[in-house]
Design a binder for this molecule. Sequence first.
Ligand code: DLL
Length: 472
Amino acid sequence: MLPFPGAPGGFGSCDHPSAVAAITNPDPNDNEKGDGMKVPAWNPAIEFMEREALERQQLASLRKTLEWALETSFYRRRLTEVGLTHPEDLASLRDLRNLPFTTKEDLRAAYPDGLLAVDREQVVRLHTSSGTTGMPTVIYHTQGDIDRWTELVARCIVATGATARDVFQNMTGYGLFTGGLGLHYGAERVGMLVIPASSGNTGRQLQLMKHFQTTVLHATPSYLLHLHSALAEEDVAREQLGLRKAFIGAEPHSEQTRHKIETLFGIKAYNSYGLSEMNGPGVAFECEHQAGLHLWEDAFILEVIDPQTGQTLPEEETGEIVMTTLQRRATPLLRYRTRDLSRLVGGHCPCGRTHRRVARILGRSDDMLIVNGVNVFPSQIEGALMKMPEVGTNYLIQLEKRGALDRLVVKAEIRAHLFAGDRETLSALRGRISERLRSAILVKPVVELREPGSLPVSEGKAQRVVDLRPAF
Ligand code: DLL
């Protein structure tokens, strides 16, 4: 039987999800915790909304999203196949589980405008993926979509304790990549002084930081580690800078890497998760408590599924993140399989926000390496390396074939002074790193020690893995 036999629904009369917000939570200053403390928040009415009201709003927004999706030929066909022809066929949020997934391949097949749900004249911007591994994907935005995305990013920024008094240097690429423009608009809306530095040109980044006393940075974690090495080379002491915070994201990184960034710069670093299919940055962000990333549930529904069976998993169980947009007019997406692996965090955040949290992303299901039959995530290697004080800020994982067997080579930059030591000391260090990695990943790698600055650095997302094994 089809899961949607035309169930009657109580579809409300709101034109847009934000209209529901105004009705369900009339007090925009309701951000006081029990202890009388005011929590910094951009939109307290939404961020501290009662769960029940939030879920009512989600259902109304989801039905609206279905209405928009049914305007595309792609979803009309897909939804009709499961018996859903009217938004009101969806009786509850739980019914979302009966809808089919949308995959990256679907987006590629629909390129360039098979998923566009509005007239082209209503679109003000598009972002595409690089398309380096196949056909690109495209996401369109109306002016309303851009405004709502900007609001989500503003919430993220304020949740970290950053304010209009901060000087914000945006070190991620401007252009089709969403990191630059996404954070830029949010930071301007908060009222920060924004330096649109974009990525790369480390010398100029340092100059800008010094001249304008930048207080908040936005970059990939790997670029921040590189930036720190450049600071050391240029003899710039961190006390000469006014840095307080960094927003780090766009690539997997471990708690140890965050810790390293915080210690090296003497700042707080907040994890930022997003993907272009869900606008870009502004999907989930850590608040001041750094206890998981708050997901803006008025804008997205996040499910965690078993990637093999497709079944939705309970809170705290790790699986693949699947996301549905709730507010995007131009390109609504239903149950998009991100391939990112994480879990929903149970319990309440001390900040009092009611929106649920997602744990640090472990990596992508397609990032997983199989080394002689053992599953290894690059993030496990990174975590083990960054825990060791002797290890510097860059590393590279290489996979080779030796006869029938795989060989895992880990090239790690180590602190410069260690090269002044004798051969035995270096050899002992190599052994220690190899042993640490073996206990973390259950595979003993060949470790190569490298001088600082000798491994390639990327200005955007780091390329950590080189797989030289033949395809067959
Ligand atoms: O990387 C959007 C973004 C920009 C997020 C700036 C945060 C900051 P894409 O280029 O489409 O969009 O890549 C999305 O990057 O599916 C994850 O695999 C990975 N990713 C993004 N943020 C994190 C994070 C942007 N905090 C893909 N931790 C996602 C781990 C992340 N992986």
